[in-house]
Design a protein around this ligand. Structure first.
Ligand code: 13P
Ligand code: SF4
Length: 329
C-alpha cells in the first residue's frame, strides 16, 4: 500500500540542493518513478523539461480524469496546489506529492472559504458552480465543479436553476454569455496571468499579422476575448492550432502552452500575446514556475511535500468533483 512507502526528510525544512546536472536529474527522476511506482502528471503551463518527462500532460479536466484512474502508488503532480489537491481528494490512499507546496493560484487564493461561505448566505436556493481553481474547502461548499473545458456545458445542463459561479469573474462572464444567462451571480476573482494581457498591444500585433487568428483562454478579460477567433481550454487551444488551416496564431494564455503547441502544430507561427508592461514576464504564471526539475527529483526521492486533505473536507469536496466527472463523461 502506498501509505507504507517511506517518507524521508523534514517537510518543514527545504532539502539541500542536489548539485546534480540536468541529465543526472532526468535519469534520477526516471529511476525514482519506477522504484516508487509513481506517475508524473503535468499541466501544459509547466517548464518544457517537466512536460517532456511526464507520463501525462493535459488540461485541468484531463488531469483530474487521469488522476481518477491511475493505478500508481504515488502521484507526482506537476501543476499548482489545487490540482494536486484534487488528485488527493480522488485518491485518498495514494501518496500525492507536488514539487513545490507553495505553488498556489491567484484564483484559489482570492476565494478564502470562510468569506465564500458568508457570501453564499446571500444567495439561498442557488446552485454553487465552482471553477476547479479553488481550494478543497471551497469545493466542499460547492454543488458542482467545472473546468474551462466543460463550464459552459455544465451550466447549460443545470437548466433554469439559479446559479452562483466562483471564483473567476472572466470565465464566469464568458459562461454567462455562452449560456445566455444574464442572471448568474459571480464571485469577483481573477487569474493574475490572464488579466495582465493588453488589448492595446494585442491590436498592434493583429495589425502586424492581419492573417493571424487570435486564440484565447476564457480566463482572459473581455478586452482580449472580444478579439478572439477561438476561445477554449489549454487542450482546446492546442487542438485548434493543430487543426485550423491558418498558419499564424496569437496565443492569449500562459506561455508554457507554446511547448506542446509547437510540437502539435509544427511549422506554424505562434506568437505569445503580450502584457501591457513590456518588461515583465506576466504571461508566465509565477506559481506554475515554482516547480523545477530539481524539485521534481527531490519530491520523488523524499516523498515530500505531500498533499493532505482532512477527511471531513475531502468527503464533501469529492461529491461536486465526481458530479463534474460524470457530467463530462
Ligand atoms: P485549463 O488547463 O483547464 O485550460 O486551465 C488553465 C488553468 O487555469 C491552469 O491554471
Ligand atoms: Fe492560477 Fe492563473 Fe496561474 Fe492558472 S495561470 S495557476 S489560473 S494564477
Amino acid at each position: 500500500m502506498s501509505t507504507h512507502l517511506p517518507v524521508v526528510g523534514n517537510p518543514a525544512a527545504p532539502p539541500e540542493p542536489t548539485g546534480l546536472t540536468e541529465q543526472e536529474l532526468e535519469d534520477g527522476i526516471v529511476r525514482l518513478k519506477k522504484e516508487r511506482n509513481a506517475v508524473i502528471l503535468a499541466h501544459y503551463y509547466q517548464e518544457s523539461e517537466i512536460q517532456d518527462l511526464a507520463d501525462f500532460v493535459g488540461d485541468s479536466l484531463q488531469l483530474s480524469q487521469a488522476a481518477a484512474k491511475t493505478q500508481a502508488d504515488v502521484i507526482a503532480f506537476c501543476g499548482v496546489h489545487f490540482m494536486a489537491e484534487t488528485a488527493k481528494i480522488l485518491n485518498p490512499t495514494k501518496v500525492v506529492v507536488i514539487p513545490d507546496l507553495e505553488a498556489g493560484c491567484s484564483l484559489a487564493d482570492g476565494c478564502p472559504a470562510p468569506l465564500f461561505e458568508r457570501w453564499l448566505e446571500k444567495y439561498p436556493g442557488h446552485t454553487v458552480v465552482s471553477y476547479i481553481n479553488c481550494s478543497a474547502d471551497v469545493k466542499a461548499l460547492s454543488d458542482v465543479i467545472c473546468t474551462s473545458s466543460n463550464a459552459v456545458k455544465i451550466v447549460k445542463a443545470l437548466g433554469d436553476q439559479k446559479i452562483v459561479f466562483a471564483p473567476d469573474r472572466y470565465l464566469g462572464a464568458y459562461v454567462k454569455k455562452q449560456a445566455g444567462r444574464d442572471d448568474i451571480v459571480l464571485w469577483q476573482g481573477t487569474c493574475m496571468v490572464h488579466e495582465a494581457f493588453s488589448e492595446r498591444r494585442l491590436l498592434e500585433l493583429m495589425a502586424q499579422h492581419p492573417d493571424a487568428e487570435v486564440i484565447a483562454h476564457p480566463e482572459c478579460h473581455e478586452g482580449i476575448l472580444r478579439h478572439a477567433h477561438h476561445v477554449a481550454s489549454t487542450s482546446g487551444l492546442i487542438k485548434y492550432a493543430k487543426e485550423s488551416p491558418s498558419q499564424t496564431f496569437i496565443v492569449a494564455t500562459e506561455a508554457g502552452i507554446l511547448h506542446k503547441m509547437t510540437a502539435e502544430a509544427p511549422g506554424k507561427t505562434l506568437i505569445a500575446a503580450p502584457p501591457e508592461d513590456e518588461s515583465c514576464s506576466c504571461n508566465m504564471c509565477p506559481h506554475m514556475r515554482r516547480n523545477t526539475l530539481e524539485k521534481l527529483y527531490l519530491c520523488l526521492r523524499d516523498l515530500q511535500p505531500q498533499i493532505d486533505v482532512p477527511e471531513t473536507v475531502r468527503v464533501r469536496a469529492l461529491q461536486p468533483i465526481q458530479r463534474m466527472l460524470e457530467m463530462s463523461a
